[in-house]
Design a protein around this ligand. Structure first.
Ligand SMILES: C[S@@+](CC[C@H](N)C(=O)[O-])C[C@H]1O[C@@H](n2cnc3c(N)ncnc32)[C@H](O)[C@@H]1O
Length: 220
């Protein structure tokens, strides 16, 4: 079901500016920039206010950037617009884009928003070309212990700046991501931990994030 996002566009900008997340995410976007092929097409599920588009649009032929929040899309059009970006208000579980039409699907800090991750992955699989790839940037815990320990780390690191419980990220388990990818027609290719890169952008505190690359397993 479509709904407007909990965090609206302006709140998100203030939040990200305050935390310097925007700079850090721009930095992460350069990682995506390195992974994608020149002149390819790309679909971004949960684009937010389009920081990724602002960085990578120069390398690709076209980006379709989807977000369920009208406020986010409005911000994206105002701040990160280029001719080869089409911003759309829509649902990542049902994008309405044609089957086998894109080289890359990206989910940057958006997959953890949905309780039905398989739906997003199946939709990504449907719209990807047979040799297409999925790139996920998200908060991933290496194992159950890391997942359980995280709230303590978060509390002590960020309690001054965050409504710590409400804004605490949920970590997805590494094994869970791999299982979901397999179940929904993807071959896991790589996972890189970005947590310890450029942590000065997070006021020298570590913000967990990984980039996962998976390849679509071809269908008939
Ligand atoms: C934490 S933000 C991440 C935004 C951006 N990708 C980034 O990395 O900064 C998550 C975004 O996912 C969007 N979102 C959540 N559920 C969605 C859905 N079902 N379809 C499309 N977008 C969705 C939210 O509106 C929000 O803008």
């Amino acid at each position: 079901m479509m709904k407007d996002s909990v965090i609206n566009g302006e709140d998100a900008r203030i939040f990200y500016d305050k935390q310097k997340h925007y700079n850090a995410q721009k930095y992460d976007a350069t990682r995506v920039y390195e992974l994608i092929k020149p002149r390819s097409t790309l679909v971004d599920f949960g684009c937010g206010f389009g920081y990724l588009e602002g960085v990578i649009h120069k390398k690709v032929r076209h980006i379709f950037a989807i977000d369920e929040s009208k406020a986010m899309i409005k911000q994206a059009k105002e701040h990160n617009y280029a001719k080869n970006i089409t911003y759309m208000v829509g649902d990542a579980a049902d994008s309405g884009l044609p089957s086998r039409s894109t080289d890359f699907v990206i989910m940057s800090f958006s997959l953890h928003h949905t309780s039905d991750k398989s739906k997003w992955l199946r939709e990504a699989h449907r719209i990807l070309k047979n040799d297409g790839s999925l790139i996920i940037i998200d908060r991933i815990a290496a194992n159950r212990l890391a997942q359980l320990a995280f709230p303590f780390y978060w509390h002590f690191s960020y309690k001054q700046e965050h409504k710590w419980k409400e804004e605490m990220p949920k970590l997805i388990l590494h094994d869970k991501i791999r299982e979901l990818l397999k179940r929904n027609g993807f071959r896991f290719r790589s996972m890189k931990n970005l947590t310890f890169e450029n942590h000065q952008l997070f006021k020298n505190k570590y913000y967990p994030r990984h980039v996962v690359v998976a390849r679509k397993i071809e269908t008939g």
